[in-house]
Design a protein around this ligand. Structure first.
Ligand SMILES: Cc1ncc(COP(=O)(O)O)c(C=O)c1O
Length: 423
């Protein structure tokens, strides 16, 4: 085991974890874009192949052995997610295509009923477009107001300002658990409690939380909680919408079709099956769900606490190393409660020039506005460079970034397109 260490702090995960990920056999450069998507360990890839090799069949509708087997593994995957989130019932776990799909499902499914003129939905100023645009459109279409809670100087939703915005008008709140831009952790339990005291339902976007920390939806008392499998070592195209059973029951299905009804007769009203099937019209992504369950087992095997400690260790190390460098500024205070993301800017150099410089040295980071341009506007920034960590990263990946910054210079973007931004 080669645990890396700085200042006597030993990384909670061995560097050999990297060997669990086949992609590193051919791609050796530091991959620090894990908040966008993580690589997949062999056990996840094997679980997906194994599903198609030994069980492939449609679920919930086939009257034969493979159909039953496929349904069983799909429902086992649901139970794994239920356990990981601490949900009360497996039916409270709906498989979606991802976080974006889950948020849209709630916005369309319940938002249209709760919102209208004289009503409001409250989001925070740090939201990813996927947890902003569905609410913004809903507000525009229903005549409701979209309220935005400010973010404080350390990069967390300001609890006092948030609470001051609550009132009888606010029926829904949508907030992220962890900022995908800064890696800062919101006091979601406090925010949920305040919203509930004012009679609002709360959806939490956990896309950046689930990869780095144990989440207990019941302890949080979240009404809805969403995340994406591909950011937590699982396959793309799969995600989760957790919802309290009685609230899911009230959701208007985002799509109707096969698998959602008890029987359709030309002259009689359609009778729907109960959740979760009612909300999963059509053939679901069974292999995706199976892969997600394998990813959750993989994390359990590493030890959730070890994963959290590892991510925390790398964030603290990165903040310290980056802050030592003249001209480099870490944004927000990710070290307060590290959660796998550090965002920084280099004085006088466009973030895309920094990203391009690192890319030329085989280092993958994200640069730009991280699908949250309104937040970047509030921060007064053109964009940032974001390093985000996973179980296979080590201090040497951070060292590679810091060393590469020695030679970064203003280039094409800084000189030719100093104010351009996208992504
Ligand atoms: C906080 C947050 N919410 C939502 C999303 C959207 O996730 P997906 O593209 O998997 O639907 C992301 C992706 O970056 C995110 O970071």
């Amino acid at each position: 085991m080669t645990h890396t260490a700085h200042e006597g702090v030993v990384d909670a995960l061995p560097a050999s974890v990297r060997d669990d990920f086949p992609i590193f056999a051919t791609r050796s450069g530091p991959y620090l874009d894990n908040a966008a998507t993580t690589h997949k360990p062999r056990v996840v890839l094997d679980a997906v192949i194994d599903y198609y090799t030994t069980a492939n069949s449609n679920v919930g509708r086939a009257y034969h052995e493979l159909g039953r087997l496929s349904t069983d593994v799909y429902e086992e995957a649901r139970a794994s997610v239920q356990e990981a989130l601490g949900a009360r019932h497996p039916e409270e776990v709906v498989f979606t295509a991802g976080t974006t799909d889950a948020v849209n499902t709630v916005a369309d499914g319940i938002g249209r009923r709760l919102l209208g003129p004289g009503r409001a939905v409250l989001v925070s100023g740090m939201e990813h477009n996927s947890n902003l645009l569905p609410w913004r459109r809903l507000a525009e279409e229903t005549g409701a107001r979209l309220l935005v809670a400010p973010v404080d100087a350390r990069g967390r939703v300001d609890v006092v300002a948030f609470t001051a915005l609550l009132g009888p008008e606010v029926r829904l709140v949508a907030i992220s658990h962890v900022s995908n831009v800064l890696g800062t952790v919101n006091p979601v339990a406090e925010l949920i409690d305040a919203a509930h005291r004012h009679g609002a339902l709360v959806l939490v976007d956990g896309a950046q939380a689930v990869p780095h920390r144990a989440v207990d939806v019941r302890a949080l008392d979240a009404d809805f909680y969403c995340f994406s499998a591909h950011k937590v070592y699982g396959p793309m195209g799969t995600g989760v919408l957790y919802g309290k059973r009685e609230l899911l029951d009230e959701l208007r299905p985002p799509r109707v079709g096969g698998g959602t009804v008890k029987g359709v007769h030309a002259a009689r009203p359609v009778r729907h099956v109960p959740v979760p099937a009612r909300l999963e019209a059509g053939t679901p992504n069974v292999a995706g769900a199976v892969g997600l369950a394998a990813a959750l087992r993989y994390l359990d095997g590493l030890g959730r606490e070890a994963v959290r400690a590892h991510d925390e260790h790398l964030v603290r190390y990165a903040v310290r190393r980056l802050s030592e460098r003249p001209g480099v500024r870490v944004i927000g205070a990710p070290e307060d409660e590290p959660s796998g993301i550090v965002s920084f800017v280099v004085e006088g150099v466009h973030p895309y020039d920094v990203g391009g410089h690192l890319d030329a040295r085989g280092i993958a980071v994200r640069c730009g506005v991280h699908c949250a341009s309104t937040f970047l506007d509030d921060l007064g920034l053109l964009g940032t460079v974001r390093a985000s960590f996973a179980v296979y990263n080590t201090e040497s990946d951070v060292d590679a970034v810091v060393e590469a910054l020695d030679t970064v210079r203003p280039d094409f973007w800084t000189t030719d397109h100093p104010t351009t931004r996208f992504l």
